[in-house]
Design a protein around this ligand. Structure first.
Ligand SMILES: Nc1ncnc2c1ncn2[C@@H]1O[C@H](COP(=O)(O)OP(=O)(O)O)[C@@H](O)[C@H]1O
Ligand SMILES: [Mg+2]
Length: 247
């Protein structure tokens, strides 16, 4: 589904060049729920932005659903971004003037007239995620957890190849976080969705099939969940501690 090969990305600041991603290699399979963790500044958001077609990378390959992003022009990248990728952000990014139903349908509204089948999918997603009763409300009238569940529904409305989430539980309390993670698990189980999530939250990450630990722009370790959630979270906390001690 997603193949990242020998990915390099640097930023220029005046005369200096900062290597941020230094040869990243990994693969995410269809239907997998994968988390990326790592200290602040390790390159997580940069990695996500490269896959999102938001920023060009220096070297390497990103293949998404058989398409190679490396050689694409702006227009082709925009098309991939708008039709093949679902996004979930830390601060929800709902439009205040639209109802929750309209927000969920935004990725379809910008493309074409909304077909009945999209309206139906919006209702199905909303009821699956426990937000069916608030579809006619506005963002200001619902909780943060409900907003993020609506954002997850929006990310799925185009049947994307992959959902990219940057700190989706970063602004939520633990109960709401859990409800948002449940939406991802639901999407994975019922729709075979593929989810790639950056997170600081070991609790959220412990629900994933695999966790990639990023350190200084390289992959420090990849951990498969081979045990129950609580034990996996302990293992993650352990590895993150070790990673910090190696400095
Ligand atoms: N647009 C940019 N221009 C210059 N430097 C950047 C830019 N974006 C990020 N950086 C730098 O790249 C490094 C990695 O940032 P980022 O990918 O945001 O890390 P993370 O999400 O893991 O905290 C940081 O040192 C950051 O300051
Ligand atoms: Mg970040």
């Amino acid at each position: 589904m997603l193949y990242v090969k020998e990915l390099y990305k640097s930023y220029e600041a005046g005369k200096n060049r900062y290597e941020v991603l230094k040869g990243i290699d990994f693969h995410v399979a269809q239907g997998e729920f994968v988390a990326v963790m790592g200290p602040s500044g390790s390159g997580k958001t940069t990695l996500l932005n490269c896959i999102s077609c938001y920023i060009p990378f220096d070297k390497g390959n990103i293949r998404l659903g058989g398409m190679e992003l490396a050689g694409m022009n702006e227009e082709e990248l925009a098309r991939v971004r708008n039709t093949k990728i679902g996004f979930v952000f830390q601060d929800f990014m709902l439009l205040d003037g639209l109802t929750i139903r309209e927000n969920v349908l935004v990725p379809r509204i910008v493309q074409e007239e909304v077909p009945a089948e999209a309206e139906k999918l919006a209702d199905q997603l909303a009821s699956m995620f426990g937000i069916g009763h608030i579809l006619n409300k506005y963002p200001a009238e619902i909780s943060g957890g409900e907003k993020q569940r609506a954002a997850v529904a929006r990310s799925l409305i185009n049947n994307p190849l992959i959902i990219l989430a940057d700190e989706p539980t970063g602004n939520l309390d633990s109960k709401s976080s859990r409800a948002v993670i449940e939406t991802f698990i639901n999407a994975k189980q019922k729709m075979h969705a593929t989810i790639f999530m950056v997170t600081h939250d070991s609790f959220a990450a412990s629900f994933c099939d695999r966790v990639i630990l990023l350190k200084d722009g390289t992959i420090y370790r990849q951990l498969e969940k081979a045990q129950e959630r609580g034990a996996f979270q302990d293992q993650l906390l352990d590895e993150i501690k070790k990673m910090g001690q190696e400095d």
